[in-house]
Design a protein. Structure first.
Length: 120
């Protein structure tokens, strides 16, 4: 088995202005994803808006410094994630393809394998 992170990203302004029907469609697709993935889901979460984030970077003195908000400006932001443990990337992509964000014109889904540091 291999672990993958599924990053759900999109236009935060569009997410904030979605209709109840659009939100229901997305929620239903996540319910179907959770049902199909089952015990393969290791972690999952929806992120609060980017205005609530803090970025930690090297400060002028060489020590870590926290700054309000996201460090980079982007039209699309990460809004949620899943960490899944499935046999291969094709399985992870097939599961991710069922998410509504993979079909909307203002969002997308990234599937990326995690590095396995357990092998010595």
């Amino acid at each position: 088995m291999s672990e993958f992170v599924i990053l759900i990203y999109g236009d935060e302004q569009r997410w904030n202005s979605m209709s109840a029907a659009e939100r229901a469609e997305i929620d239903a697709a996540h319910g179907e994803f959770r049902q199909k993935a089952g015990d393969a889901i290791r972690a999952a979460g929806e992120l609060q808006g980017s205005a609530t984030s803090t970025t930690v970077r090297r400060g002028d003195d060489g020590e870590p410094a926290a700054v309000d908000g996201p460090f980079t400006e982007a039209k699309e932001v990460v809004g949620g994630f899943y960490v899944i443990d499935v046999p291969d990337q094709a399985t992870a992509v097939a599961l991710a393809s069922g998410l509504a964000e993979a079909r909307h014109d203002h969002s997308g889904v990234q599937v990326q394998p995690l590095v396995d540091h357990s092998a010595g």
